[in-house]
Write a protein that binds this ligand. Structure first.
Ligand SMILES: Cc1cc2nc3c(=O)[nH]c(=O)nc-3n(C[C@H](O)[C@H](O)[C@H](O)COP(=O)(O)O)c2cc1C
Length: 333
């Protein structure tokens, strides 16, 4: 069931307003749509952190995917708050062992930025794992644009076709590996449903494997018994080789929780800007998480950069599933 916030409580308390914004930000993407965030409002500080009930033990042993997802949530909150007249200044990011807080946001009043295509993109952006029409790197990808790279975080558009095909090989291997390893397959099976089934987290099988038709069995059972690792890997390779749209790698100098947060925020700004232009996107975590594949992906970048997110953006060639991916309501303690 998709959670829809009502209308913004202009005259409400800060707690009411933060509750509203916490739900809007909940449209941010996350690995496996696990939505690993939790929020605590302490005075005028919002602490955003990892919800232990939403850990991905098998697919995210280092916590990188969770940190990237949390960073996207943080950035979504910042953009949404500004639209309604709250400045959310991120005073701390990164995960300290033993502390579940990933980011602290200091909230103060400001002039509302008002409605904008980028604000609306928080709700409208979506993943589409199918083929995309060709797309040249948009001008806003340059440094200085809305997706601006920092000194330690950089967006690398990959325009060479052979490089894109090689990266597609890595992405295919990543998905094939994830589906072949039993603990990951089990974890993923617990996070799938059929499109339109009531759910608050996880992914529709039909969205995960474009072209799959609903079968008369629970989605988890279909996934465990019938998801074909080789076929899925081949289909990812094929999309990258034939109709990838624009491939972008978000990379950092360092490889620690602070860098993961920076990469997640930069990637999300890119996704929002792209969505404001009507573009969909697709993220592949395998080539970042699996060390041998990550080395292959790094080899496509300038020396000294560690890939953190591999994504494609573009205009889907096929029809998309009607309806958005599911979300849970976000509690603010
Ligand atoms: C850090 C991160 C890693 C992701 N990794 C993958 C991936 O490896 N494969 C994939 O198909 N989708 C991946 N996704 C996309 C999520 O599955 C998707 O965002 C989520 O299911 C919610 O759907 P939506 O983006 O349409 O709202 C990733 C997303 C994030 C934020």
């Amino acid at each position: 069931m998709t959670q829809e916030p009502g209308s913004y409580p202009v005259d409400g308390t800060l707690q009411d307003q933060v509750r509203y914004l916490a739900d809007v930000a909940g449209r941010a993407p996350s690995a496996h749509n696990a939505q690993p965030w939790e929020c605590r409002l302490i005075g005028s500080e919002l602490h955003i952190g990892r919800h232990d009930a939403y850990a991905l033990d098998a697919s995210d042993p280092t916590g990188r995917q969770t940190a990237l997802s949390l960073a996207m949530y943080v950035e979504a909150f910042v953009v949404a708050a500004h639209r309604w007249g709250i400045r959310a200044r991120v005073t701390r990011t990164a995960q300290v062992p033993g502390d579940r807080t990933t980011a602290v946001l200091a909230l103060t009043g400001c002039a509302p930025a008002g409605d904008s295509p980028v604000y609306r993109a928080i709700s409208d952006r979506h993943t589409d794992r199918g083929p995309y029409a060709p797309l040249a790197a948009p001008a806003w990808l340059d440094s200085g644009g809305p997706a601006a790279s920092g000194a330690d975080t950089r967006l690398f558009p990959i325009t060479d076709r052979d490089a894109v095909a090689r990266i597609g090989g890595l992405a295919g291997s990543g998905l094939g590996t994830a589906l072949s390893l039993l603990p990951m397959r089990r974890e993923l099976a617990g996070l799938v449903h059929w499109h339109g089934e009531p759910a608050t987290r996880g992914m529709a099988v039909e969205a995960l494997f474009p072209g799959t038709e609903r079968r008369d069995m629970p989605a988890a059972e279909w996934f465990r018994e019938h998801a074909d690792a080789e076929e899925a890997a081949a289909s990812v390779r094929d999309v990258y080789a034939t109709a990838p749209g624009l491939v972008v790698v978000v990379a950092t100098r360092a490889d620690d929780p602070t860098a993961w947060c920076d990469a997640g925020r930069a990637a999300y700004r890119l996704l929002l800007r792209a969505a404001a232009d009507g573009l969909a996107h697709d993220i592949q975590a395998g080539p970042v998480e699996i060390p041998a594949l990550a080395a292959g992906l790094a080899a496509e970048l300038e020396h000294g950069w560690r890939p953190q997110i591999l994504l494609r953006i573009g205009r889907p060639l096929g029809p998309r599933l009607s309806g958005r991916s599911v979300r849970r309501a976000v509690a603010v303690d």
